[in-house]
Design a protein around this ligand. Structure first.
Ligand code: PYR
Length: 293
């Protein structure tokens, strides 16, 4: 149940646990993440936008994000943390955002302090709202939820524009405003993660996104700094789309996909993931039906 998933998420987030949360880019990929033994799944705003063939600049709506979140959360027993961008409006809207995400069965979300239109956290040209607005967003999120178990995480993008100390000061204020956890976006190196973890007594998230501002540190390295959770937001989408591009090129150049079949998920494996057998049991033709006379 959603309440259980929220408890599970909170129980996972010990300092130094560096729990790995790959980004589920589809409901089916969430099943794979669960089957491989990961403790949870992340749902990236960039991925939701990119899958709609849109850039990650605040174009998606709350309804689109909540719908995708619901589909992914329904496919897995794992707790899912979703990206709620800037909260989809004014603080009043943020309260409604939280309620929609609760109803969608998510375990928690993060709300950031960028000005709309937001930018990808690892690109230049970001600007942030003032502390008062950032605080109002988090307070609205924390007060707006109906299940206290729903995790409200405060993301700050301030490191890029104002430096680490400013980012730490802001995260402290956001924790005072009700944030259960923090997401310092685009830190420069491991010592910065260490400083953030030392300065705050709530769980800290590290974003290990490819082609970004941070090097791709290992889980062990991040665990040593005290990080509680690590996300790989776009990793599976990039891997899948990279593979798709190679197959399309092969189809063009070789006139058949045959040489790529070994790289593909087999039919049997796909059926296993979607529980083909399990559903087949309910097919009327295989029921042992007693026909009343
Ligand atoms: C994203 O993947 O969209 C993040 O905000 C990390």
């Amino acid at each position: 149940t959603p309440a259980q998933k929220r408890q599970d998420l909170r129980a996972l987030l010990e300092p130094g646990a560096a729990q790995p949360f790959p980004g589920a880019f589809t409901p089916l990929s969430a099943k794979l993440i669960q089957e491989k033994g990961f403790p949870g799944a992340y749902i990236s705003g960039a991925v939701i936008a990119n899958e709609l063939a849109l850039p990650d600049i605040g174009l998606t709506t709350l309804s689109e994000v909540a719908t995708r979140g619901r589909q992914i959360a329904a496919a897995t027993d794992l707790p899912c943390l979703i990206d709620a961008d800037t909260g989809f409006g004014e603080p009043m809207n943020v309260a409604r955002t939280i309620q929609e995400l609760e109803d969608a069965g998510l375990a928690g979300c993060h709300i950031e302090d960028q000005v709309n239109p937001k930018r990808c956290g690892h690109l230049d040209g970001k600007s942030m709202v003032d502390l008062e607005t950032a605080t109002q967003r988090i307070r609205a999120a924390a007060d707006g939820r109906r299940d206290d178990g729903f995790l409200v995480m405060a993301r700050t993008d301030l490191r890029a524009t104002s430096g680490l100390d400013a980012a730490i000061e802001r995260m402290k204020a956001l924790v005072d405003a009700g944030a259960d956890a923090v997401f310092p976006e685009a830190l420069a190196d491991l010592s910065e993660f260490e400083q953030v973890c030392a300065a705050l007594d709530v769980p800290v998230l590290a974003n290990m996104t490819e082609f970004g501002k941070s090097d791709l540190f290992t889980r062990d390295q991040l665990a040593e700094t005290g990080v509680a959770m690590v996300i790989y937001p776009v990793t599976l989408l990039r891997a899948a789309m990279g593979a798709a591009e190679r197959v399309l090129e092969t189809l063009l150049s070789e006139g058949t996909q045959a040489s790529q079949v070994d790289e593909m998920l087999t039919r049997a494996r796909l059926y296993e993931l979607v529980d083909y057998e399990g559903y087949n049991r309910f097919d009327a033709s295989v029921f042992d039906v007693e026909v009343p006379t």
